[in-house]
Design a protein around this ligand. Structure first.
Ligand code: SAM
Length: 379
């Protein structure tokens, strides 16, 4: 599958873009960058002008409501939403064009395994809402591997290439960085990612521990079919299982390392505590859980960033964003029974090495660090 439009850091399952499709995807990426870097700062200025006395944690909701009376804000927010819809539309058409070929290629991937549950009922928050406007949502079982292919290609465009380009593996490498920094003794024999999506974070972790048996759990059948094929074509033998991270279909103490990456903000306030507790149940004594999230805490955001989080909720179908960035992970992890709880910001890692990796109390910003809560099951 080589073409001038196939990026160098890629894999065989990634849908290719034709000349015109690539032009559309680059247009959407540049539109998003322009909206974010040139137009969004003007919205922050407008918010401050509307209510000069407003501060974060104070009148963020009122200022957000007042912004809606401003045509400039409505234009920006509407265009932001339209850019997201346009992105999925472009990527879906490109995936649909090559869907049959991708299904055939998926059949050739034999490493690892795929366990789908025809009776699986996904959690209501993933059925009712299509997070970040992805058509059909995560739980949608599009034919074959199409939904997964759309999520993979669309996810890389959505991240504007800043999370490891088309491999989109920056989060997984940062989980490894955290493991190497805080738990250098752990040599996991069994690894599980809760909410693995198409496996972009799981593959680098599996590759770092090739002797381990590695599992990925998620809700969507099409996504998991794609994840299995994608990992297999990358040489990673991973077992993908359909299930709910709140009630994972594995016995107690089954894993040495359980992690999640950008899962919590796509669940619900109630689910976050349940998933943290579930991750402890799944660990053997001595095992470690690492949960990585977006690199911000709601309370410490400035006024505009808090309003921006509300824009994510209302214009990008991200209803749990605020809950996930406000949850008290330290208390929740301790309540779940974890020891050695660590909560803070892990430097984004691109080539994680044992003994390296900065972890501390300050976020360095988006794509430079990630929020992480981790802990050990001491039995
Ligand atoms: C933003 S994606 C991140 C995917 C992957 N962890 C990564 O880093 O690329 C969030 C994933 O969480 C999954 N998810 C959300 N709630 C879940 C639940 N209750 N059980 C299993 N997976 C869930 C979604 O289906 C989606 O694939």
């Amino acid at each position: 599958m080589s073409s001038p439009f196939q990026p160098a850091l890629s894999h065989p399952m990634l849908p290719e873009a034709s000349h015109d499709e690539m032009a559309q995807q680059l247009f959407v990426r540049d539109l998003k960058m322009w909206l974010g870097s040139e137009i969004e700062p003007l919205q922050g200025e407008l918010a401050r002008k509307l209510d000069p006395g407003a501060t974060h944690n104070d009148r963020d909701a009122e200022t957000f409501a007042r912004l809606h009376e401003q045509p400039a804000f409505r234009s920006w927010a509407g265009t932001f939403r339209a850019s997201q819809e346009l992105m999925w539309d472009d990527v879906w058409h490109s995936v649909e064009r090559q869907g049959d070929a991708l299904d055939t290629l998926a059949q050739e991937a034999t490493l690892g395994s795929l366990t789908l549950d025809p009776d699986f009922v996904p959690p209501a928050y993933l059925v009712d809402g299509h997070v970040h406007i992805m058509p059909g949502g995560y739980a949608f079982d599009a034919p074959g591997v199409r939904q997964g292919a759309m999520m993979d290609r669309g996810g890389a465009v959505y991240m504007l290439g800043r999370n490891g380009g088309f491999l989109n593996d920056g989060r997984g490498k940062t989980v490894l960085g955290h493991l190497y920094a805080l738990y250098p003794d752990l040599q996991p024999k069994r690894i599980l990612e809760l909410g693995c999506g198409v496996g972009t974070s799981l593959v680098p972790v599996a590759q770092a521990f090739p002797e381990a048996e590695t599992y990925g759990l998620d809700v969507g059948a099409s996504m998991l079919r794609y994840a299995h094929a994608r990992a297999g074509h990358m040489g990673a033998a991973i077992h993908f299982v359909q299930g709910d991270a709140e009630h994972a279909p594995f016995p107690d103490g089954d894993f040495d390392l359980v992690f999640s990456a950008a899962l919590m903000h796509e669940t619900s306030a109630e689910a976050i505590g349940q998933i943290l507790a579930e991750s402890r149940r799944l660990l053997r004594p001595g095992g470690v859980a690492i949960h990585l999230e977006v690199p911000s805490r709601y309370d410490s955001l400035d006024l505009w960033s808090q309003i921006r989080a509300q824009v994510e909720r209302d214009y990008n179908n991200e209803p749990a964003w605020q809950a996930a960035t406000s949850a008290d992970y330290d208390a929740l992890m301790r309540a779940a029974g974890f020891d050695d709880v660590a909560v803070g910001f892990q430097d984004a890692a691109w080539a994680p090495q044992p003994g390296q990796g900065g972890f501390g109390g300050e976020s360095k910003g988006v794509f430079r660090s990630w929020f992480v809560a981790s802990g050990r099951q001491r039995g």
